[in-house]
Design a protein around this ligand. Structure first.
Ligand code: FES
Length: 296
């Protein structure tokens, strides 16, 4: 029997081209100044709103539905007679909604790794082109040049489609925005696991241990309570045990996400998903054991 290749033809070529973007070091000269400018924006706590920390997952993919939905609907109306006014309104809705959508995407993008930064830059450029074309489409429609307005709208939809394809590649091939701690409950065996003795954990210090193949951050509070979180950050797998422990929280050394040691809750982004938090106990002979609720 002849085995089929997983992908072939146009899909394989497209995929190879998108993979190549992530390796295109020539894009770094544009990535770095844009990333630095985005990081320097004085957004304060609003940055976490844009990341979606309050939502529990990235905000950008949810916002994308509004401009894309409006523009696709405008394209359908452009193909029907007598819908010019409604199509123009939808083009305007898409243009306005694209602005916060882009801001949320930029905030996430500025904290990604190099391959994602390169792919994301081209994703943003495609969508910026789409935005410009749709702004031109709206202007043309406002001046009564409906044919040009429709043509610019279809060109904008093509650019937004290319941007969307790259957005999908970023999300599913390059795992940007995915919760990197999601596999933890599937890798940890149910029940209690010994991780050392009380004297192995100096008060207030981050100590790295492992439960099976899962690295675990362990912190003994000055009062004696032992707190344990999955060590690999939910944002991009940064090692929390190399971070800073302060005020009952740990700060990730890679992009500064802060998690509460007591329950793994996100106190500050860019992470949006909590860290899996272990229960702990000390046996009568002084052995520290941890157990992950929901493991297995
Ligand atoms: S890996 Fe990005 S904040 Fe931890």
């Amino acid at each position: 029997m002849r085995l089929m290749k997983a992908t072939s033809g146009l899909p394989a070529t497209t995929l190879r081209a998108m993979d190549a973007l992530g390796e295109a070091e020539t894009l770094d000269r544009y990535v770095e100044p844009v990333r630095d400018a985005v990081r320097a924006m004085p957004l304060g706590r609003f940055r976490d709103v844009l990341h979606g920390t309050w939502l529990g997952h990235p905000l950008h993919p949810a916002l994308v539905q509004v401009p894309l939905g409006a523009w696709v609907s405008a394209a359908v109306l452009d193909l029907l007679p007598g819908s010019a006014r409604e199509a123009k309104v939808l083009v305007a809705v898409g243009v306005v909604a694209a602005l916060p959508t882009a801001l949320a995407g930029l905030a996430d993008w500025a904290e990604q790794h190099e391959q994602q930064l390169r792919t994301g830059l081209v994703h943003a450029a495609s969508n910026t082109l789409a935005l410009g074309l749709y702004a031109g489409s709206w202007a043309a429609r406002s001046r009564g040049r409906s044919g040009l307005g429709r043509a610019l709208g279809f060109a904008g939809l093509a650019a937004a489609g290319a941007g969307g394809l790259l957005g999908g590649h970023l999300s599913y091939r390059q795992a940007a925005g995915a919760n990197k701690a999601e596999p933890v409950p599937h890798l940890v065996e149910p029940g209690w696991h010994p991780i050392g003795r009380m004297e192995d954990f100096p008060a207030g210090e981050a100590v790295r241990r492992a439960v099976g193949e899962v690295p675990v951050l362990v912190v003994r509070q000055p009062g004696g309570q032992v707190q344990a979180l999955a060590d690999r950050c939910s944002h991009f797998s940064g090692p929390l045990s190399a971070g800073t422990v302060e005020d009952g929280c740990v700060e990730c050394p890679w992009h500064g996400s802060v998690f509460r040691l007591a329950d793994g809750a996100v106190v500050r982004g860019p992470a949006t998903a909590p860290q899996p938090a272990f229960d702990s106990r000390v046996t009568p002979d002084g052995t520290v054991e941890v157990r992950l609720p929901g493991a297995g």
